[in-house]
Design a protein around this ligand. Structure first.
Ligand SMILES: [Zn+2]
Length: 202
């Protein structure tokens, strides 16, 4: 491993003199008006998904723009919808981000989007695990959640991912969770699953 000797500590909030965690959290919550996290596939043919979802939900701003202070520093952003792009748009890869974003900014919605002719539909989970064993000599079957690897049916994969998000203790109960199918050729976005916020009475 090679590591440069510079520490870059002047760019670390928590390394600043007089740093106070609670005050910074308040400042962060003001700097970004986060409403929605969109988990989608990083397939470049599906790159417009965040924009399409932003048009679907009223009041969302994407891509938005930087908020600049008098000194010219970037101190915030007008974006309300934050994308997480991962293989297949599988929700498991977004859970840590959801918890972090809830802590810093708070959020209202988690939207999972799977798309037509996704690479994740071109193999089976057993096929991928077997190939990895054969080609790299390692068994990665216990590394990942089996249901979160390949996609063989979009209703099932979206239901699975919405349930996974809902079941995660790191996702607050007040969050609405949606699963959408996106057709990359027609641009049509279809809601498949909706699991709205849990109230205390529910
Ligand atoms: Zn894909």
């Amino acid at each position: 491993m090679c590591t440069t000797k510079a520490t870059f500590n002047e760019f670390v909030f928590s390394a600043m003199p007089g740093f106070d965690e609670a005050s910074f959290r308040k400042l962060f919550a003001q700097a970004i008006n986060l409403k929605t996290i969109v988990i989608h596939c990083f397939d470049p043919r599906a790159a417009e998904i965040p924009e399409v979802v932003a048009r679907h939900f009223p009041g969302e701003i994407y891509p938005g723009e930087n908020v600049i202070d008098e000194a010219g520093n970037r101190v915030g952003h007008t974006r309300t919808l934050f994308p997480i792009s991962v293989a297949g748009g599988r929700a498991v890869a977004g859970l840590q981000s959801i918890s972090t974003m809830e802590h810093l900014f708070g959020l209202e919605n988690v939207v999972v989007v799977h798309h037509s002719f996704c690479g994740a539909t071109s193999f089976t989970t057993d096929g991928m695990l077997g190939a990895f064993k054969h080609e790299h000599g390692v068994d990665i079957s216990s590394e990942y959640d089996r249901g979160s690897i390949s996609i063989s049916d979009f209703n099932s994969s979206l239901e699975y991912d919405v349930a996974l998000v809902r079941a995660s203790p790191g996702v607050p109960r007040h969050v609405n969770v949606y699963g959408f199918f996106y057709n990359i050729d027609t641009g049509e976005l279809t809601e498949v699953v909706r699991d709205l916020a849990r109230t205390e009475a529910a």
